[in-house]
Design a protein around this ligand. Structure first.
Ligand code: SOE
Length: 387
């Protein structure tokens, strides 16, 4: 059987992780990548062993060999590029957030449906094996009636004022940062696990570091900058480092979550606890193989594997940033597997059931993000308006 042929746009932190996950599937092959210029594209393609390199993604969209395109670019490019990918008749797997507003994500969902292309969003945490296990346990009533859902998604890679990345600037990252970047994962994962949608939010946001020092070099995600001898430019920051959000689910279940990118020691700690009438469950992405059920009576003290804390020799043997343990590549592979099996089996995106996050999930996520921003601005409960 012919392999499904894929093109990737963007090869920063996340693009290569898509390529690696796809390579773990036998029936899909990455045949091309696109970057902002021909030289960079050729260099990356040689490094990653990809046959074709495009200096302009629009040329790649004309390539009739390619059936599926992954959009792994910075957030502000998602909307326009996703539109063009769909218009070119390609199936699309987009990075989150799907767009930078709910108006844009609604347009993308409608367009993908109209063109009948398979559409996915990389909400990869719902693909962890144990998260799936918890979803089936809740569905079969093992936890009883779900009363409370609470947790957080904490990182520390933006803790120092010398930490800088494109996500900090609204022009590239969008008007929301921590909420859209990682709060979106938290909401998607708990909605998936509980099978309930978040319908109302009350939010409090903060920019803990209002001015940052931007160095001349362009730091990529999770790259440490502190200690480098460089000239810095002071840049005012208008996107949130932190948010706490009260949430109400469609059946009245209540919850709350905190997101932060300035929490020392927390690398990629997406965690949630679900309290049901019979049992509770707790999961923490940094210990992906453990699902806690029942009662927990003391805090963890764990030194997490983190390349930033390793010697330069040891660093060569660790392939993902701190907190991206064994389950992370597996979850990503599962997402690719479900997405590509759907395409390979010729299933209908308008009718057949999917087991990966689609543009509808990406749109719901944008609606929640917009409601959170509005709630913070107005200091009141705001309904999540999914149209
Ligand atoms: C940076 O905060 C980031 O890479 C997110 O953009 C990803 O979606 C998350 O999985 C890990 O952290």
């Amino acid at each position: 059987m012919e392999k499904i042929k894929v093109g990737i746009i963007g090869t920063g932190f996340i693009g290569p992780t898509h390529i690696e996950a796809i390579r773990r599937l036998g029936f899909v092959e990455v045949v091309a990548l696109a970057q902002s210029n021909q030289e960079a594209a050729e260099q990356k393609a040689a490094e990653l062993g990809i046959p074709k390199a495009y200096g302009d993604y629009r040329d790649m969209l004309q390539d009739s060999d390619i059936q599926v395109v992954h959009n792994c670019t910075p957030n502000h490019l998602h909307f326009e590029m996703n539109k063009e990918i769909i218009a070119a008749g390609k199936h699309v797997l987009s990075e989150k957030p799907l767009a930078t507003s709910r108006e844009e994500s609604a347009e993308l969902l409608a367009l993908a449906r109209e063109h009948k292309v398979v559409h996915g969003v990389n909400f990869n945490y719902r693909q962890f094996p144990i998260v799936k296990q918890l979803e089936t346990m809740i569905k079969s009533g093992e936890l009883g009636k779900i009363n409370l859902v609470h947790g957080s998604y904490l990182q520390d890679w933006l803790l120092f004022d010398t930490d800088f990345n494109w996500r900090l600037a609204p022009e590239a990252g969008g008007k929301s940062r921590a909420v859209a970047d990682i709060g979106s994962h938290w909401c998607d994962t708990v909605q998936y696990v509980t099978g309930k949608r978040i319908v109302e939010v009350f939010a409090d946001l903060a920019t803990v570091i209002p001015v940052r020092k931007k160095s001349a070099s362009n730091a990529s995600t999770f790259t440490e900058q502190k200690g480098q001898e460089e000239a810095y430019e002071s840049v005012p920051i208008n996107t949130e480092d932190y948010a706490s959000v009260l949430v109400r689910f469609e059946d009245g279940t209540k919850g709350v979550f905190t997101v932060s990118q300035v929490s020392a020691g927390r690398k990629n700690r997406l965690s949630f606890e679900i309290n049901g009438s019979e049992r509770s469950a707790f999961w923490n992405q940094e210990e992906p193989e453990k699902l806690w059920i029942g009662h927990r009576d003391r805090p963890n003290e764990i030194l997490l594997a983190d390349p930033a804390l390793f010697s330069s020799e040891a660093r060569l043997s660790i392939h993902h940033p701190g907190g991206h343990n064994e389950g992370w590549p597996d979850g990503l592979k599962n997402g690719m597997l479900h997405f590509y099996t759907f395409i390979r089996d010729g299933k209908d995106p308008l009718r057949d059931q999917v087991n990966f996050a689609t543009f509808l999930d990406g749109h719901i996520s944008m609606c929640i993000t917009d409601a959170i921003l509005e709630s913070h601005e107005q200091q009141k409960w705001v309904k999540v308006n999914v149209k």
